[in-house]
Design a protein around this ligand. Structure first.
Ligand SMILES: [Fe+2]
Ligand SMILES: [Fe+2]
Length: 358
């Protein structure tokens, strides 16, 4: 077979050529591998962290239909089981998640997978894309089980201002990658890609999901909507791995391409995360205009600021808020190694505790 592609040309699908040169792990890079090594060989593995995230994710496999919704259905049908404000906040969060999970899956497939061409990272991305499909399935299953108005829930991201603004923040970054030929050999192109990764892994999955997690899990703590909350617990567990993988990916790209990490770009990312916190507080205001279950906008603001600082620190950026954590119980939900089964409905646990940092 003759050489079918110029080995120096950027390529994400991995054109091959006959050769006796074997892949050396040291030559692998997160992006632009086509310039140095074959992109189709998982082994030898260089980025062991990516492979271990993949193994952790597989060890956590679950499906929404394994979880009984019987008690949720009985409670939801009972006109006295929830106040109008409680029904409002539950539906708002289901509305947000039902489409946000799709946006995350689309961004993996349409932008990240094309640009990250390291095989061990791609192995994790394939697993994550499947998990996002499971999460989309979860919200379809909950909406169908509770006989909610599916058009109301699934259209909410275009009809509700606070949800629209969060989704617009994320989607504009997917569009930015799709619209242009991003040249990852330039600092500008790399910054555009890191902005996309931060918008999804740090903001969407690491900040925008968290008011919803706190609110829905607060019902679970009172044994209300136990099936829904069990599924949210599994999604939270998955999402904490997604976010940790994404932050490690960003940091690895920056280490390999330090010229893109300028003071201006670092300040830009801090500004983006601060804007995301504002959008999340607006969303909390929309969901909880009067507060429910002891939750209110002020507590959610503190919590969102607290987790934003944690994300900033992991990106080696300065903390902005120094807020305390008003919901320490959330750490216990995430740390399933310590608290195997938060709602005592099913025994599952991580097999690798090292992945549990969040
Ligand atoms: Fe997800
Ligand atoms: Fe995710």
């Amino acid at each position: 077979m003759s050489e079918i592609r110029n080995p120096d040309a950027p390529q994400c699908s991995g054109g091959i050529r006959m050769t006796r040169e074997r892949v050396c792990a040291d030559n692998k890079r997160i992006i632009l591998n086509s310039r140095t090594v074959d992109v189709n060989q998982l082994v030898p593995i260089k980025y062991k962290w990516a492979w271990h995230y993949y193994l952790d994710a597989c060890a956590n496999h679950w499906m929404p239909t394994e979880v009984s919704m019987q008690r949720d259905i009985e409670q939801w049908k009972n006109p006295n089981a929830f106040t109008p404000d409680e029904r409002h906040v539950i539906k708002r969060n289901l509305g947000f998640f039902s489409t946000a999970e799709t946006l995350v899956g689309n961004n993996i497939v349409l932008s990240i997978y094309k640009l990250v061409d390291n095989p061990e990272c791609r192995q994790y991305l394939l697993r994550q894309a499947f998990e996002e499909a499971i999460h989309v399935h979860t919200f379809q299953y909950i909406v169908e089980s509770l006989s909610l108005d599916e058009t109301e829930i699934f259209n909410m991201y275009r009809e509700n201002q606070a949800i629209y603004e969060k989704d617009e923040f994320s989607m504009s970054c997917t569009d930015g990658i799709l619209d242009e030929q991003v040249d990852l050999t330039t600092s500008k192109g790399l910054q555009k890609f890191v902005d996309n990764l931060a918008a999804f892994y740090v903001v969407t999955e690491g900040i925008f999901f968290y008011s919803g997690f706190v609110t829905l899990l607060s019902f679970g703590r009172q044994n209300r909507l136990p099936g829904t909350c069990e599924q949210i617990q599994y999604i939270l567990r998955d999402e904490s791995i997604h976010m940790n993988f994404g932050i490690q990916l960003i940091n690895a790209i920056i280490e390999e391409n330090p010229h893109c990490w300028t003071p201006e770009f670092a300040a830009y990312l801090v500004g983006r995360i601060k804007r995301a916190v504002e959008l999340e507080v607006n969303y909390a205001q929309e969901c909880l205009p009067r507060g429910v279950l002891g939750l209110n906008v002020q507590l959610l603001r503190e919590y969102v600021q607290y987790i934003a600082d944690r994300r900033l620190e992991k990106l080696r950026l300065p903390r902005q808020y120094n807020s305390g954590n008003p919901f320490p119980w959330m750490s216990e939900v995430i740390d399933l190694k310590k608290e195997k089964n938060f709602f005592e409905t099913r025994v599952t646990e991580y097999q690798t505790g090292g992945a549990l940092e969040w």
